[in-house]
Design a protein around this ligand. Structure first.
Ligand code: CO
Ligand code: ZN
Length: 349
């Protein structure tokens, strides 16, 4: 496996470090601490905003045409949140972001303090009857009082899962979007080694999975000239899967549209041209649903020309999300390359 700029080994280590961390929307503290550790030596300035997003500024060399660029990757992941504790110590829960009951059933989950539990289900009539309100978390407590020593109403949990590697692929929870965070950190490494003319604000956002919330406030504060989100996208390359263009191993995906955004034509074409010129593998992405931080960023203030570099991912929002390391490296290569270019946009294109 070869990458134009990225250090693939480092990228893999970054994903392995970030993906297992606990960080459902609104409870990103552990991820934030790790991200701050990683970006401190690479950025000129690291701040945390009021909602909890990390903003790492890598100042550019400046000159004519130098822009203010925002790169966004979200730290949060989907999860579940305790809504009720019964007398026997079983916990009922609500989803945090897009989690499904069929995926949850039989999984191990973990709370912020390390408390683990199993997802159990009431007696049901069949697979059609697997609904969220039939599921519960069993943390092994035998009473409400015992359960309340570990968790309370509002405690959130995520899948308990490490990253595994199979060939070129990494499998684990929260590739959405820790893989994107890792790509952003790797890009910072590249810009430190060989700078960009632009001031680049790497924003590690909170609360993407519940409505792109952290990206919205960060973009308002930064007022970027151009923005690019780095996130995962679905693929159509599995048996009887959706008819989608994106596939694992096909390179970085350049988004045209999802349900939150029509990518700015100028940004999209800059990315396409850059990938083509540099020989970085890429594929075009149209996702009929879903959204990324760019959906919020492009509507900030009077509008921000925005695009997305996506990492194709199978089994999204499950504990076995699968990415191709080569695609992640291509995403980091593409960001690195485009950030060293003239980012003057041809309007709309
Ligand atoms: Co997601
Ligand atoms: Zn995501």
């Amino acid at each position: 496996m070869q990458a134009k700029y990225s250090d693939i080994e480092r990228l893999e280590q970054l994903i392995r470090r970030l993906a297992p961390l606990f960080g459902p929307s609104g409870a990103e503290d552990q991820v934030r601490a790790a991200v701050i550790d990683l970006v401190k030596p690479l950025a000129h300035e690291v701040t945390v905003d009021a909602l909890g997003s990390v903003i790492a500024l890598r100042r550019g060399t400046g000159g004519a045409g130098a822009k203010k660029v925002m790169i966004a990757a979200h730290m949060d992941e989907i999860g579940i949140m305790v809504t009720h504790i019964d007398d026997d110590g079983f916990l009922r829960f609500a989803p945090v972001g897009g989690v499904g009951p069929a995926t949850l059933l039989g999984q191990q989950v973990v709370f912020e303090d390390g408390t683990v539990g199993s997802i159990g289900i009431e007696k049901v009539d069949g697979p059609k009857d697997i609904q969220m309100d039939k599921l519960f978390i069993d943390i092994g407590a035998t009473s409400r009082a015992e359960a309340e020593k570990a968790v309370r109403i509002g405690s959130s949990a995520t899948y308990l899962r490490d990253v595994a590697r199979s060939g070129r692929r990494l499998i684990g929870k929260a590739m959405d979007d820790r893989a994107g965070c890792a790509v952003a950190v790797e890009t910072l490494h590249q810009l430190k080694a060989d700078p960009s003319p632009h001031d680049v604000y790497f924003v590690f956002t909170v609360q993407e999975e519940v409505g792109l919330r952290g990206a919205r406030t960060a973009a308002y504060a930064i007022e970027p000239d151009v923005a690019i989100a780095v996130d995962v996208t679905a693929t159509g390359d599995t048996p009887k899967g959706e008819r989608l263009n994106m596939k694992l191993g096909g390179g970085a995906a350049i988004k045209v549209k999802d349900a939150s955004l029509i990518a700015h034509g100028g940004v999209r074409e800059l990315l396409v041209q850059c990938a083509a010129d540099e020989g970085i593998p890429y594929q075009m992405e149209v996702l009929p649903y879903g959204g990324t931080d760019a959906g919020a960023v492009h509507l900030t203030r009077s509008g921000v020309p925005s695009g997305v570099v996506s990492i194709p991912t199978r089994y999204l929002h499950t504990p076995a999300e699968m990415v191709d390391l080569g695609d992640a490296a291509a995403a980091a290569d593409l960001l690195t390359a485009v950030l060293r270019r003239d980012l003057t946009l041809t309007a709309g294109a």
